[in-house]
Design a protein around this ligand. Structure first.
Ligand code: URA
Length: 262
């Protein structure tokens, strides 16, 4: 594992066994019952060779997807997820899968931890109180929510909003990786330690993780505080603003004349 981590490889996959080839070539741990029978046909007709048993080669092929094909590619990923029963969260009260929202061509992507109650209800990430604060952070950068893409490490609400467990993250994050590979944002902002840990494979304190860019899947990644944490400890908002300013500098963004620094 150490060796792979040094090579920058954080997500390793086990090839699925005893399921039909088209399905086995889809996302690892795919359960044949969860994949619509029409899916491989659909992918073929879209001419999007999205899924193979080798995510590294997927990344290269996804990177070749034309800008106009990105919405269809995201839709295809969503369809492969289906009414997912790949991990235990499907039977622990989740109402729906929260895939992601925003511009398929976004230059900036935010990755949170997992849907909460509001997100589970509405089927969209960051729509509750933390989402309101995230919207303010985005606006303070001179952008609108529609300009960016927002997703989570896992797509189902954990019961009682507990921290996602390792097996849940391992099962679900390949879908996020493919969303990232399709969108190819200039910058990803990991919101909080859970997102940072899952994306970067680093188990470090926020103090150590913040303040620098990481190379991640051909893009740059920065870490900042999760908006839910900022709601609990608003004194850290100025630190989060520093992180966002670092991102803005890289992206050539300037803040609107009166930043909503909240
Ligand atoms: N917290 C998250 O990490 N994600 C959401 O979508 C909402 C709250």
């Amino acid at each position: 594992m150490e060796y792979y981590r040094e090579l920058g490889i954080h997500d390793l996959y086990r090839r699925a066994v005893s399921i039909p080839t088209e399905v086995a070539e889809a996302v690892p741990a795919v359960n044949s019952e969860t994949v619509p029978a029409t899916m491989s046909k659909k992918l073929e007709s879209l001419d999007l060779p999205i899924f193979s048993a080798d995510p590294a080669s997927d990344a290269g092929r996804l990177a070749a997807i034309d800008v106009e094909e990105r919405p269809a590619a995201l839709k295809a990923i969503r369809e492969v997820i289906g009414d997912c029963i790949r991990c235990k969260l499907h039977k622990q009260g989740r109402k729906q899968i929260v895939f992601g929202v925003g511009d398929p061509n976004a230059e900036l992507m935010f990755v949170g931890e997992a849907p909460g109650a509001d997100e589970d209800q509405q089927g969209e990430p960051f729509v509750g109180r933390a989402g309101q604060l995230l919207n303010n952070m985005i606006n303070a950068m001179g952008l609108r929510r529609e300009d960016v893409y927002i997703a989570n490490v896992i797509k189902c609400r954990p019961p009682g909003n507990r921290t996602p467990e390792r097996d849940e993250c391992e099962t679900c994050s390949p879908f996020l990786m493919r969303q990232i590979d399709v969108i190819r944002p200039k910058v990803i902002v990991a919101l909080g330690a859970v997102a940072a840990k899952n994306l970067l494979g680093l188990n470090d304190s926020m103090a150590n993780l913040r303040g620098r860019f990481y190379d991640f899947r051909g893009t740059r990644l920065a870490v900042t505080y999760h908006p839910a944490f900022l709601l609990r400890d608003p004194r850290q908002k100025k630190e989060a603003w520093k992180d966002l300013q670092m991102v803005m500098k890289l992206m050539g963004l300037t803040a609107p004349s009166k930043p909503e620094n909240q």
